[in-house]
Write a protein that binds this ligand. Structure first.
Ligand code: NAP
Length: 259
């Protein structure tokens, strides 16, 4: 399917690895010019070189922390006029509800709510003026059903979801859509680290830990960043113009909910 977005500029945040990279690759496959970002320059440059060589699109890289105002300003400068925005950043650490103080909440809110909000506030006016735009926020299935150890994520991402629910309805008449993608377990560095951590702390073999986690998912396997990215690219396509303010769960059916 031709997604109809060839030649458009897409800013994909936190995209040297994992789900962000999956989105960047799928948008590049659709012919988008990319602005990619991550803190670590080495992996970012490697991924950008792979994408240029594989898809033949222009890729601009900005090694910066998207959560810091200075880093974000550099990214936004490189992404001026972007028609597509994919927001993403690392997730907050796990813990117990009684563990966190105000500073911990501020950090989580900064990374997983206020940064995507600031990126949207910067790029939405241009999209609305041009009469076309797409925003996809990578959130988490924890928005739909809380993940008990991830209270900081549950809280911050719920705030972003509320912002999107209202804002998406205010910009849609200008041809701009905003939607959220809610990943469940995907085979990325983050999940590999979590499995390795559990393996070390329980003494179980890594394969056993991963198999037990997969057994709790109706598909019985982890998701892949490539598939996640293609869903993102579809939401950014010309065909998705009637999808507004939605929260799309990609979790192999793990979240038990009727709708
Ligand atoms: P990942 O494999 O660890 O990749 C994270 C990517 O983001 C890397 O490219 C990393 O590069 C970049 N990054 C992290 N913090 C950044 C920052 N402050 N500024 C710029 N770039 C940053 O993680 P992932 O699994 O793709 O997860 C992406 C998001 O989805 C996270 O918020 C995670 O909590 C959420 N999520 C993931 C899953 C899953 O199963 N994978 C499930 C639910 C939710 P640098 O480290 O070099 O900056």
């Amino acid at each position: 399917m031709d997604l109809g977005i060839s030649g458009k500029t897409a800013l994909v945040c936190a995209s040297s690895k994992g789900l962000g990279r999956g989105c960047a690759e799928a948008l590049a496959e659709a012919g988008c010019r990319l602005v990619m970002n991550a803190r670590g320059a080495e992996a970012l440059e490697e991924t950008a070189a792979h994408i240029r060589a594989t898809y033949g699109v222009e890729v601009v890289t900005v090694a910066a922390d998207i959560v810091s105002p200075e880093g974000r300003a550099r990214v936004l400068e490189a992404a001026e006029g972007a028609e597509i925005l994919v927001t993403n950043a690392g997730g907050p650490p796990p813990g117990l509800w009684s563990d966190w103080d105000r500073e911990d909440f501020i950090k989580a809110l900064d990374a997983n709510m206020l940064t995507p909000v600031a990126l949207m506030q910067a790029l939405l006016p241009g999209m609305m003026e041009r009469g076309w735009g797409r925003v996809v926020n990578i959130t988490s299935r924890s928005v739909k059903a809380p993940i008990l150890a991830l209270g900081l994520s549950n809280s911050a991402r719920a705030g972003l979801t509320g912002f999107v629910a209202g804002t998406s309805r205010q910009v849609a008449e200008k041809g701009v859509t905003i939607n959220n993608l809610l990943p469940g377990v995907h085979e990325t560095d983050r999940i590999r680290q979590m499995d390795a951590h559990e393996s070390t702390s329980t003494g179980k073999a890594l394969a056993e830990v991963s198999a037990a986690r997969a057994a709790g998912i109706p598909t019985r396997h982890y998701g892949q960043a490539e598939d996640f990215g293609r869903m993102c690219a579809f939401l950014c396509s010309v065909h998705a113009r009637y999808i507004v303010g939605q929260n799309i769960v990609l979790d192999g059916g793990e979240t038990i909910a009727t709708i």
